[in-house]
Design a protein around this ligand. Structure first.
Ligand code: PEP
Length: 269
């Protein structure tokens, strides 16, 4: 049995009204999954809506209709800025995420790195600020296609992780997870081969240990995860769940992935 985590990254999708509907459908589906899987170990479930839909999701999670399942679902931010407040137009801080009901935040997503030109250093500043404020952090790393073809995958992972290990605040244990997301697999329908994901996850966990990390470090896989292929990742010894983009936008496919996580958590995959 292993503890499993599934994070739905809704990216720039869902108005507050749409977010409410999607989350309600997920909660309804979880009630059903619970009937099937009983009170065994639940996977940890998080959804990361756009900032503008957090309030609607927070309200939905207070709805009595879903009292049996709301406790199992938590909110996450999709990004965070490293300062707590100030003249940073458009930015959202860790205390603001906490006050909006978030328990966690995704940091260093490849879309932030590629489109918004975020550097390795900036991603680490964000992770550090979030951890210090008390948020859990899903720290994303992953190589591009050219880098994989050139045999540079581990060098890229090492480069992205090195500043993180150097600047981790005390107390990060139990609050940090790494999301291994090969860039070429995100949103393309071309998931990594499970053996490659396992190899990368082993490398990440080993790299953490080399830098003094003690105990377990959960590694999630992200990149075109679907209900059909989720089990092939969740079965792997070094993968502890998934960061899911496209398939988290429909309750049915997200629930299919959650069911695979449930089976992995109870050891019946
Ligand atoms: C992601 O956004 O982190 C992601 C993995 O997206 P997708 O599942 O659509 O590939």
């Amino acid at each position: 049995m292993k503890s499993m985590t599934v994070v739905g990254n809704w990216k720039m999708h869902t108005t507050p009204q749409e977010a409410r509907i999607l989350l309600r459908d997920i909660l309804r589906g979880l009630t059903h999954l619970r009937e099937i899987h009983g009170s065994g170990p639940w996977p940890r479930v998080l959804v990361a809506p756009p900032f503008t839909s957090l309030a609607a999701c927070q309200e939905t999670l207070r709805d009595d209709e879903f009292a049996e399942t709301v406790w199992a679902v938590h909110l996450a931010g999709q990004d965070v800025f490293w300062e707590a407040e100030g003249a940073y137009t458009g930015a959202i801080s860790a205390p603001m995420l906490l006050a909006s009901g978030c328990r966690a935040v995704v940091v260093g997503h490849s879309e932030r790195r590629r489109i918004f030109r975020e550097t390795d250093e900036e991603a680490v500043l964000k992770a550090r600020a979030a951890l210090q404020a008390g948020l859990d952090v899903f720290f994303c790393v992953g190589e591009g296609e050219d880098q994989r073809e050139a045999g540079e995958t581990f060098a890229v992972l090492r480069r992205q992780l090195e500043p993180l290990w150097e600047r981790l605040p005390a107390g990060a244990q139990g609050k940090l997870a790494i999301a291994y997301e090969p860039v070429w697999a995100i949103g393309t329908g071309r998931a990594a081969r499970p053996e490659d994901a396992e190899e990368a996850a082993q490398f990440i966990r080993e790299d953490a240990r080399r830098h003094g990390w003690e105990g377990d470090l959960p590694v999630l896989y992200g990149g075109s995860v679907t209900p059909e292929n989720a089990g092939s990742f969740f079965r792997l010894p070094s993968i502890h769940g998934a960061l899911v983009g496209g398939a988290s936008l429909k309750a049915a496919s997200f629930l299919g992935i959650l069911e695979a996580a449930w089976k992995a958590a109870e050891g019946s995959l």
